[in-house]
Ligand binder design. Structure first.
Ligand SMILES: *Cc1c(COP(=O)(O)O)cnc(C)c1O
Length: 409
């Protein structure tokens, strides 16, 4: 039997190589060139007003926190409300700026629970960090409303949300269209790391609502170098004569990653659609087997919304999660856990026990294989193997028998 990985990127190799070849032939592999072209294409695709291409989403999250800290005059020790169910980048970005991650609990969608966000607001709360797990957005709109009412910025960690679109919003032209989730946030950060649903090799994008923040990000992502003043007077003759008003970082993206991104972006909607098909198959088979131990994760995107389906997570109850994962890996099926409750890590254990639901869910979570190299029969094999591992499994209710039963009718 072939092995099935949990996440496995697919590249349009020939097309990607052609784009990269252009970079090499024109000797433009670093900052600029195709990295700018990718920013423009990403803005066209997402309808976000600004986009700055970076080495990673982690860099983007850090810049968002840093820029808001300076802009709004936050002090060390001020608080940002965040989720314990995320990749550590989200919360490290807060610590990089000597701010304090305050963990609110999640709901059944795996995203922040707005009621818990409200409970955690203090006079030191300066922002909220929202993560759309696996492409799901939970009660995002309520969290955004809370930020609006509190007058604090909302940062969206959209590492899983490339192409997750909510139902219709009005455009400037009076037409209606789907909108990339995060269009109404103060900063939204995407990851194009190799196992995300728009994979390059390693890169990310930070998209600020405010033009000035975007400008600041561009300066800070290149060591704080500000060429604009000299550009204006010297038209490039003295381009070594720039000012450095800030301590910046080496965070900017490069043309090679941009070249890969340009190709992958063309297929993003198509790829997400395929991920949705596989997910529907999972739903269908689990539904047919109706296993008490399995609890799918609620999809809160409704109507004509589009789910990126970066992950297909389920909950395995009755304390069987670890057992099922081990058994599956013996059968060549590799799963993941997205994520371990971050308050279990030494870095964040000051908050251990504060988010009971996240903790419980985290102990039951498993991300099943979902990627573009899979077929429907792979999905079926995964579900059948899971069922076969579970003590409650009744062979008379197997997928094959279920399908035969239906066919007879
Ligand atoms: C992958 C990921 C990140 C970090 O992305 P990089 O581009 O690897 O820095 C941040 N947050 C979440 C939720 C992620 O899954």
């Amino acid at each position: 039997m072939d092995k099935i990985q949990v996440l496995k990127p697919k590249y349009r190799t020939d097309e990607v190589l052609n784009e990269i070849k252009e970079c090499l032939d024109t000797s433009w592999t670093g900052m600029g060139g195709k990295s700018i072209e990718f920013e423009e294409k990403w803005k066209d695709y997402s309808d976000l007003p600004h986009a700055h291409f970076l080495q990673s989403a982690t860099a983007g999250l850090h810049l968002a926190v840093k820029i808001f800290k300076e802009k709004y005059g936050w002090e060390d020790g001020d608080e940002i409300i965040t989720t314990p169910l995320t990749f550590v980048s989200t919360n490290h970005a807060i610590l990089y700026e000597n701010l304090k991650p305050v963990f609110a609990d999640v709901d059944d969608s795996l995203c922040l629970d707005p009621d818990s966000v409200l409970d955690n607001i203090t006079d030191k709360t300066r922002a909220v960090m929202f993560v759309g797990i696996g492409g799901n957005i939970g009660q995002y709109n309520r969290v955004r409303e809370i930020c609006e009412l509190q007058g604090i910025p909302l940062i969206v960690d959209a590492a899983h949300l490339a192409g997750t679109k909510t139902s219709r919003v009005w455009t400037d032209f009076g037409a209606m269209r789907n909108a990339q989730v995060g269009w109404d946030a103060d900063a939204v950060v995407f990851s194009f790391q190799s196992v995300k649903n728009l994979p390059t090799a390693d890169s990310g994008m930070v998209c600020f609502k405010d033009k000035e923040d975007d400008k600041t990000a561009r300066r800070l992502s290149w060591l704080g170098i500000d060429k604009s003043t000299y550009d204006r007077y010297n038209k490039g003759t003295y381009n070594w004569k720039y000012d450095v008003p800030d301590i910046g970082y080496k965070y900017h993206g490069n043309a090679i990653m941009g070249a890969i991104g340009l190709v992958q972006l063309k297929y993003l909607d198509e790829d997400n659609q395929y991920r949705n098909l596989l997910s529907e198959s999972y739903d269908y088979y689990f539904n047919m087997l109706d296993l008490d131990t399995i609890e799918p994760i609620k999809n809160t995107l409704i109507g004509d919304s589009i789910h990126s389906r970066h992950l297909y997570p389920i909950r395995i109850k009755k304390g069987l999660r670890d057992f099922v994962m081990e058994e599956l890996s013996e059968r060549g099926i590799y799963c993941g856990v997205h994520y371990l409750d971050n308050t279990q890590y030494s870095m964040y254990n000051y908050a251990h026990g504060t988010c009971k639901r996240a903790h419980e869910i985290s102990s039951e979570l498993i991300s099943l294989p979902l990627h573009l190299h899979m077929s429907n029969s792979d999905v079926r094999r995964v579900v059948e193997e899971i069922a076969d591992i579970l003590p409650e499994y009744d062979k008379d209710k197997s997928i094959t028998r279920g399908l035969l039963g239906r066919a007879k009718k």
